[in-house]
Write a protein that binds this ligand. Structure first.
Ligand code: CMC
Length: 431
């Protein structure tokens, strides 16, 4: 295959290099286009734009394939853990036994936040959305680690920032929850693993110790593995964009959390449950009405948890989560009418020509909230759960970018469509 494409512009022919990825994906390298031709490309919402070369995650959206560092997501869910997957994403290989033990020990060691930070939480009103608190707290955490904020860092400084954030963000999330329900903050315990400690910090009270059992721990592990990375999605691109100005990891992650909050991205998991609750309150079985609303272009209603920019096939994450949904509810002996509604809605959508033609399938957010609900995690914490899961992916992308010797600040261009050169008219004589 030719390694260049030809571009003809006003009778001039230009050679545009073709770049090929390890899975055969092809792109036109237009990094010199403006210098060569005076033109730029226009791609609002970046549907056709590759913003970087990356060796972290591979998605084939037509085939429904997702791999981290070459390993299929199904295999990782079956055999690995969220901690091991975090190492894999961030450091690029499965850890040796010694590397894994050291990594877990370092993450555990940094699971305290400065005691002064506890007072920050009490300054928020009880109804504050935990995503707002989380983003602010992650940025605030930076003030306690001034040695990790320098734009030029050694590998050891980067590792320190990485392990501290991996460990402390779950503490900040659990404390945000405790604040919202007015309960005392709970600290990690040395004998518990990463996710059991998170659940312990969330649900232990002075009256009752909470440690999740194996079925629940495994389900959470799987959910977090499935959320751990998804290449250049909105929040990860935000982390890279902010980090490209050499902003520190705390600031970059805080920005990523804000990007995730929106209902078209991570906020969809909260929106799905709210939608299913509305359908439930409306009698439960009237799927057709909501399918019709979603299809109606004059109605802003969308079928939340459906559709994806990249997947034009069943999202492999949704298929695994749906299985775990059944498992967790059965294990806890819960009959949740919301699950029945979700399944009914899915069936109705997948047989409707509108959804078939547009290749709209359930995405990662469609079933995840039903598991969180069964675990008594409040709805406004769902997107926080997504953020905790996505943390290693954001970190891996930030690290990959800052370690690239060719890194440059991200700065898209635009096509200006406003007023042409104009004169200032003083207020008294303006028409
Ligand atoms: N309900 C009804 N119609 C939809 C939906 C939906 N959920 N999603 C897409 N469409 C329609 C859309 O109106 C358009 O129709 P037409 O061709 O007639 O104009 C067509 O399908 C193509 O959609 P699009 O809006 O061009 O697709 P996009 O790639 O710009 O947006 C999306 C992707 C995920 C933002 C969108 O599907 C959506 O809003 N879904 C609901 C929100 C959601 O579940 N978000 C979570 C995404 S997955 C996890 C994550 O990234 O956090």
């Amino acid at each position: 295959m030719s390694t260049t494409a030809k571009l003809i512009l006003q009778d001039q022919t230009y050679d545009i290099p073709v770049v090929e990825g390890s899975e055969g994906e092809k792109g036109l390298d237009i990094s010199r286009l403006r210098a060569q031709t005076g033109y730029i490309t226009l791609d609002p919402s970046y549907g056709n734009t590759g913003s970087c070369l990356s060796g972290i995650t591979y998605i084939d959206g037509d085939a429904g394939i997702l791999r981290y560092r070459g390993i299929d997501i199904g295999e990782l869910c079956e055999h690995s853990t969220f901690m091991e997957v975090s190492y894999l994403l961030i450091y690029g290989h499965l850890p040796t036994e010694a590397e894994y033990a050291r990594f877990k020990e370092r993450v555990h060691h940094h699971s305290l936040i400065h005691e002064d930070m506890k007072s920050f939480f009490t300054s928020y009103p009880g109804h504050a959305h935990p995503m707002a608190i989380l983003s602010a707290m992650v940025c605030s955490l930076s003030v306690y680690h001034p040695q990790l904020l320098e734009p030029e860092q050694t590998q050891s400084q980067r590792d320190q920032a990485i392990t501290r954030l991996l460990s402390k963000v779950r503490v900040l999330a659990a404390f945000a929850y405790k604040r919202s329900v007015g309960e005392a903050f709970v600290y990690t315990r040395p004998e518990l693993d990463y996710l059991s400690n998170f659940m312990h910090m969330m649900f232990t009270t002075p009256m009752r110790e909470y440690v999740p059992d194996e079925t629940i721990r495994k389900a959470l592990d799987v959910l977090f593995i499935l959320h751990a990375d998804h290449e250049q999605n909105c929040s990860t691109s935000t982390v890279r964009m902010v980090g490209s100005s050499k902003a520190n990891l705390f600031a970059s992650l805080s920005a990523g959390i804000c990007a995730l909050w929106g209902p078209l991205h991570g906020g969809a998991n909260q929106a799905v449950i709210e939608m299913l609750q509305t359908i439930h309150a409306d009698g439960g079985g009237n799927y057709k009405k909501y399918i019709e609303k979603a299809k109606d272009k004059s109605d802003p209603f969308l079928l939340m948890g459906f559709g994806h920019r990249v997947y034009k096939n069943y999202d492999p994450r949704a298929a695994i989560i749906k299985k775990y949904c059944d498992k967790v509810l059965e294990h806890l002996g819960i009959h949740d009418p919301i699950l029945e509604i979700a399944k009914g809605l899915e069936e109705a959508a997948l047989t409707d020509p509108y959804f078939i033609e547009r290749k709209l399938y359930p995405n990662v957010d469609f079933y995840s909230g039903i598991i969180y609900r069964a675990l008594k995690i409040p709805t406004n914490m769902f997107t926080v759960m997504f953020a905790l899961g996505r943390l290693p992916g954001w970190i891996a992308h930030w690290k990959e970018m800052v370690e690239d010797p060719g890194m440059k600040i991200a700065r898209p261009r635009q096509i200006y469509t406003g007023e042409r050169s104009n004169n200032y008219v003083p207020i008294g004589i303006r028409p």
